[in-house]
Design a binder for this molecule. Structure first.
Ligand SMILES: [Cu+2]
Length: 470
């Protein structure tokens, strides 16, 4: 009976929650079982009601694109239809995916030309919060809105009254609400912290109002889709508990009022027990000395019973990741260099050694392991199933959110100190001068990217790849 009631409440809650949440319509399947995602221009009310609309590029012309929700282990079938004036692809960020579906032009597939389509078919092995985005001229296409949430539900649904996805972006808009195109490709920004926005949205809306109901236990899934902004977030009126990073469960831990960081491409799953009586709360962004309100939580009296928070928040079931053990691992050194205030003098670009002056001319200003841009040869080749440790040395004056495609990894050492029980992540932030060692098991064959997810840094050289033998 209890479970029936809970199921009913969840179903009712889902409908109420999603219907009221802007910008996150669900992806529907076509007759042939495919979700058709049309990448095309569209118009979004980013500035708010009654203000000029913003011309974006989005999936189905909206940003975020439709939320894709599947069950763990399900086959995901998406047909990308390119109605943009540029070639494009889709990358499924954080999914331990079959290599041919990873969406990297020139490495795992040809870019999809305007007017053409491509079918992505893969299984989602891990439950959690993931996302999809363009991986072609990513610095421009993502800044124009080409991304969406990919939610993989646990096989046994955990007991939350509602499950709400919050996609956070910073846009750079003109006063008229247009995408600020003049700042695309500015070397000055590429060499510094990237193209930072001036307009924050959650699910494509400025300061949306998100209703919460007294007594309910809600899962919030935050995704940072900014090109370059490392967000420091906090909440008022609620006491969030972290349950997952980058899709992978962790032991539930209350944040205790402390701001929490989320760098580009990272996700954080939180649970909030709505203990406050009717009133308000907020999701806040801290930036320098400013506090910006990202979203307003309006706490209401529920019109139907909520399942609530009787028990402790349980740890989500772990995903089937291979255990990592450092013994016998192959070690790879990855020096990160370049950027403003950096010491980089010359590196390899397209097989040729170029001095910094010539690198600047071709807009390459960052390097990984002595090479700017995607090299011909892989950084390393691992046997399938081999343990790998990458020793990342951030020899720059800038932070870098480092992303590895196709794998989750653990920090095993941080600035000469061993780290125990780090969470599995697909994107880890390295601060200036950090020396971080990451470990993972190379169990997925193919050609995989390793790059900084500050998209301007990627474009300006901070990208490499490795291969796992079949
Ligand atoms: Cu970077």
């Amino acid at each position: 009976m209890i479970s029936d009631r809970r199921q009913f409440i969840q179903a009712a809650g889902l409908v109420a929650g999603y219907a009221l949440l802007p910008g996150l319509a669900f992806a529907g399947k076509d007759n042939d079982g495919f979700i058709n995602l049309e990448a095309r221009p569209g118009k979004m009310p980013l500035l708010g009601k009654g203000k000029p609309l913003t011309g974006v590029w989005g999936y189905q012309g909206t940003s975020p694109g439709p939320q894709i929700r599947v069950r763990q282990g399900d086959e995901v079938k998406v047909r990308l239809i390119n109605k943009l004036p540029q070639p494009t692809t889709i990358h499924w960020h954080g999914v331990r995916i079959v290599n041919a579906m990873d969406g990297v032009p020139g490495l795992t597939q040809e870019a999809v030309q305007p007017g053409k389509s491509f079918e992505y078919v893969f299984t989602a092995p891990d439950a959690g919060t993931y996302w999809y985005h363009s991986h072609s001229r990513t610095w421009e296409q993502m800044a124009r809105g080409l991304y969406g949430a990919l939610i993989v539900e646990e096989k046994d649904k955990p007991a939350f009254d509602r499950d709400i996805t919050l996609v956070v972006d910073d846009w750079r808009l003109t006063r008229e609400g247009k995408i600020h195109e003049e700042s695309f490709g500015l070397l000055r920004e590429w060499a510094h912290g990237g193209r930072v926005g001036n307009w924050l949205t959650v699910n494509g809306q400025e300061q949306p109002e998100i209703p919460l109901y007294e007594g309910e236990r809600v899962r919030l899934r935050l995704i940072n889709v900014c090109n370059a902004s490392i967000l420091s977030l906090g909440m008022t009126g609620l006491d969030p508990v972290v349950i997952a990073y980058d899709g992978q469960p962790v032991q539930p831990a209350a944040l205790g009022g402390n701001p929490f960081g989320i760098s580009p491409a990272q996700r954080i799953d939180l649970v909030v027990d709505v203990r406050a009586k009717a009133g308000g709360g907020a999701l806040l962004a801290f930036e320098d000395n400013q506090v910006l309100e990202l979203a307003k939580f309006t706490i209401r009296t529920p019109s139907s019973p909520v399942a609530g928070f009787g028990g402790k928040i349980a740890r989500l079931p772990d995903n089937p990741l291979p255990d990592f053990a450092p013994a016998g691992a192959m070690e790879v050194e990855l020096k990160m260099e370049g950027g403003a205030m950096g010491a980089m003098r010359s590196v390899i670009y397209k097989g040729e050694k170029l001095a910094i002056g010539d690198l600047v001319k071709v807009k390459q200003i960052w390097a990984l392991a002595g090479t700017a841009g995607l090299p011909e040869a892989p950084l390393f080749t691992a046997r399938r199933g081999q343990s790998v440790i990458i020793n990342m040395i951030n020899d720059t004056a800038w932070p870098h959110p480092m992303h590895i495609h196709g794998f989750h990894y653990k920090v095993v050492e941080s600035n000469a100190k061993p780290v125990e029980d780090a969470p599995w992540r697909d994107t880890e932030l390295l601060l200036p001068r950090d020396r971080i060692s990451l470990g993972f098991v190379a169990d997925n064959p193919g050609k995989w990217l390793l790059h900084c997810h500050n998209l301007e840094h990627t474009a300006a050289g901070m990208i490499t790849w490795f291969e796992v033998e079949a």
